[in-house]
Design a protein around this ligand. Structure first.
Ligand SMILES: C[S@@+](CC[C@H](N)C(=O)[O-])C[C@H]1O[C@@H](n2cnc3c(N)ncnc32)[C@H](O)[C@@H]1O
Length: 276
């Protein structure tokens, strides 16, 4: 599967049709309650995010977020006192994220840009940031190397970068292959098909610790920390009804064993690196 050949318009259209986490709430879209529920569900299901992002640490600092989606993390950086620049390819997502900032009274802390990270400097003025943050985004762009080379323009020595990419040796990849009858020759296409809530994501690369380390080092970032986390444990037919019942094979598992498994076979590969 050659993801590099996928046109960026196809990627944009996929995310415009169903912005990430858009169904995390049943409240009227765009209301304060809607955004609050989205945040509650996101951090309930992905509780490792606040610890990885370290929102409080960026108080008084400048944060550039690539691929903000509906802006859950964006809002939390701003709430903690950071000045944020948030970028997303999807017009639908960025419009909702903007509305969220207005509804929550944080518009003066966040600048939004609707653009492709592979051409970031065409739209986003080059300024130096303290933190560049991108959670679950760069593996969805056809040319992740081009995107990171663009992002590098916004870093000086000491700038921190925090990126989450999907992990190759994960429970989720095993689960996808099991669903699809272990058609190993089509692994890449099957991962992309099932990587998101909405099937048919056009581009989803997966990384190992080694390949993600190489990815950031190539652009002059030195890895400070890299770890794996997050297995989605819930029974999907219930989950879409907002009921949190674990799959039978996780329900019996003692929580410490489940956490151990997440640390080995989690779907989220999180790296923190510093620009040289
Ligand atoms: C899985 S969502 C993650 C959103 C957000 N970071 C979060 O954690 O909720 C992936 C996001 O990446 C964005 N995206 C994909 N390719 C992009 C690109 N080349 N430039 C900017 N954003 C991109 C999509 O529009 C989508 O909002």
């Amino acid at each position: 599967m050659d993801f590099a050949k996928i046109p960026i318009e196809q990627v944009k259209s996929y995310w415009d049709k169903r912005p990430c986490n858009i169904r995390h709430s049943t409240k009227p879209v765009g209301s304060k309650d809607y955004f609050n529920e989205i945040e509650a569900r996101k951090y309930f299901v992905e509780p490792h995010i606040p610890a990885f992002a370290e929102f409080e640490r960026w108080k008084g600092k400048k944060v550039l977020e690539i691929g903000c989606g509906l802006g859950t993390d964006t809002i939390n950086f701003a709430r903690a006192g950071a000045t944020v620049t948030a970028v997303d390819l999807s017009t639908e997502s960025i419009n909702l994220a903007k509305q969220r900032a207005e509804v929550l009274g944080l518009s003066d802390k966040i600048r939004f840009y609707n653009c492709n990270s592979e051409e970031l400097s065409k739209t986003v003025p080059i300024e130096i940031y303290d933190l560049i943050y991108s959670f679950g985004v760069l593996h969805h762009t056809p040319h992740p190397d081009v995107a990171l080379a663009e992002i590098r323009n916004y870093a000086k020595p000491g700038t921190e970068i925090k990126i989450m990419m999907y992990y190759k040796w994960s429970w989720k990849v095993f689960w996808i292959l099991a669903q699809e009858g272990f058609r190993f020759s089509q692994t890449e296409a099957l991962i992309a098909k099932h990587s998101e809530a909405q099937t048919g994501c056009p581009v989803t690369y997966v990384y190992t610790k080694k390949s993600l380390t190489e990815y950031v080092e190539k652009q002059g970032f030195e890895v400070k920390d890299i770890f794996v986390d997050h297995i989605f444990p819930y029974f999907i037919p219930d989950y879409v009804q907002y009921i949190y019942r674990r799959e039978w094979y996780f329900a019996w598992m003692p929580r410490p064993l489940f956490r151990w498994l997440e640390k080995w076979l989690g779907w989220h590969l999180c790296v923190t690196a510093i620009a040289r």
